[in-house]
Design a protein around this ligand. Structure first.
Ligand code: NAD
Ligand code: ZN
Length: 409
């Protein structure tokens, strides 16, 4: 009687089942994920008679529902009472977490704290939502946590700053910082919906309005010359009130910026194509934003980066002298810096090297080719960076007598 083989050799299995010899067998799995979310601009979001927000939270006012609300500390102070009244009116039981709207919040510890909140609340994986209400910081960290918790649960974004409403709140990127690097960790995770109420902008301070204007000017420079003209004509009157009132200019500026951003993002949500016009002003700034002391706001760092890009394009003949001047004048008029001591030639080179890694081995640097359109270049040299810095330093009215001129030399 033959004894069965306990551990048959690969040869005997192959012989018995006629399998191809390894290597030589593989499986391909192909699947597609449909991304479908709505960005709506709506007024009176916190009015109890407005059902938009409640429906986004899955509430109908009859059944009791639950959600985890993560709210920016400034928003809590200014709108907390109205928010709670709204949730109560719509029978939404809410677990409430307040986090500081501060760049230091964008770190792993905050994300882990939110994970604990979700666990202890026992949030249902699909039916109950996380609601992020605040500026880009809160939206980024909540989005990342939502994308990680049980490998992804639905969340809603309610951006309350200008950057949030035209940028951070409407795409699919989430992130936290690590070391001195912005957004070193992050995911792509679309919210279920993004609800934009310009009314929140009424309480945003001037510096943070200017911060958001940097991203709006970016959109104008890379794809919308009409938006640029509108900004040029109205920049002096843009303030929290005009934006919140959503009058003809304010409404047009907000909606053109949002539409332009979504138009750029939609065909390339997962950034398969690394030539992204919306990365304009985001080549050097991610490495340098957190190095400044005191730190620059995101839009301020983007503005300094954009000013260098304007100079690079002007020096290459991609932008006329007059258009370069218009671009820098608009940024200055929007109260944005064009220079900063931390943007030295050496650091710009290092930042560009890091951008090359981020962009998979090439510079893929967007520059303006005339106002309202972008081209990508891969051959920016250290000499060009030096020349660009010097060009901008001599045009920044605020830089006179400062160490900025010195650092550009
Ligand atoms: N995910 C993305 O695609 C994306 C895009 C752009 C920017 N971002 C990120 O967004 C962050 C910047 O966002 P931000 O400029 O909104 O900064 P922020 O979130 O720090 O908010 C700015 C300040 O405004 C306060 N605030 C929020 N809403 C307010 C209101 N209605 N009234 C008064 N004060 C209010 C906050 O408490 C904070 O002090 C950066 O971390 C940046 O990296 C992400
Ligand atoms: Zn940005």
């Amino acid at each position: 009687m033959s004894i069965p083989t306990v551990n048959p050799t690969p040869t005997s299995i192959t012989a018995a089942f006629d399998l191809p010899k390894p290597p030589g067998v593989s499986w391909r799995v192909r699947s597609q994920q449909v991304v479908d979310y709505e960005v709506s601009m709506t007024r009176g979001l916190l009015s109890t008679s407005n059902s938009t927000f409640a429906h986004a939270c899955g509430a109908d006012g009859k059944r009791r529902t639950r959600c985890l609300v993560v709210v920016d500390d400034a928003v809590e102070q200014l709108y907390g009472e109205r928010l709670r009244a709204y949730f109560s009116a719509w029978r939404i039981a809410h677990n409430w977490r307040v986090v500081p709207g501060d760049e230091n919040t964008k770190q792993l510890d905050t994300a882990l704290g939110l994970v604990d909140d979700m666990s202890s609340m026992g949030i249902l994986r699909r039916a109950e939502k996380i609601v992020a209400i605040g500026g880009g910081v809160v939206l980024d960290v909540v989005g990342m946590t939502a994308s990680l918790y049980r490998r992804g649960i639905p969340y809603i974004r309610v951006p309350t700053t200008l950057i949030g409403q035209v940028d951070a709140g409407i795409g699919v990127k989430t992130g936290i910082n690590h070391g001195q690097h912005k957004n070193r960790l992050g995911t792509y995770c679309a919210p279920e919906t993004a609800l934009i109420d310009p009314e929140f902008l009424r309480t945003v301070d001037r510096r943070h309005i200017n911060n958001g204007l940097a991203e709006i000017i970016k959109m104008a420079l890379i794809k919308d010359s009409q938006l640029f003209d509108l900004l040029e004509a109205t920049v002096a009157s843009i303030d929290p009130e005009t934006l919140a009132d959503c009058g003809p200019a304010g409404g047009e500026i907000l909606s053109r910026s949002i539409a332009g951003m979504l138009d750029e993002l939609e065909p390339n949500l997962w950034e398969k194509v690394l030539e992204r016009a919306v990365d304009y002003g985001h080549t050097f700034s991610p490495s340098l934003e957190l190095r400044a002391d005191p730190p620059l706001l995101h839009g301020e760092a983007v503005a300094v980066d954009m000013a260098i890009c304007v100079a690079l394009a002007r020096n290459r003949g991609l932008l006329s002298e007059q258009d370069a001047d218009r671009a820098l004048t608009l940024m200055n008029a929007a109260g944005l810096p064009l220079t900063h001591p931390v943007f030295t030639a050496e650091l710009l080179e290092r930042a560009l090297e890091d951008a090359v890694k981020h962009r998979d081995g090439y510079q893929r640097m967007p520059l303006t080719a005339g106002i309202g359109s972008a081209v990508f270049v891969n051959d920016i040299t250290a000499d060009e960076l030096r020349a660009a810095l010097s060009f901008v330093a001599h045009r920044d009215h605020r830089a006179a007598d400062s160490d900025v001129l010195e650092s550009a030399r």
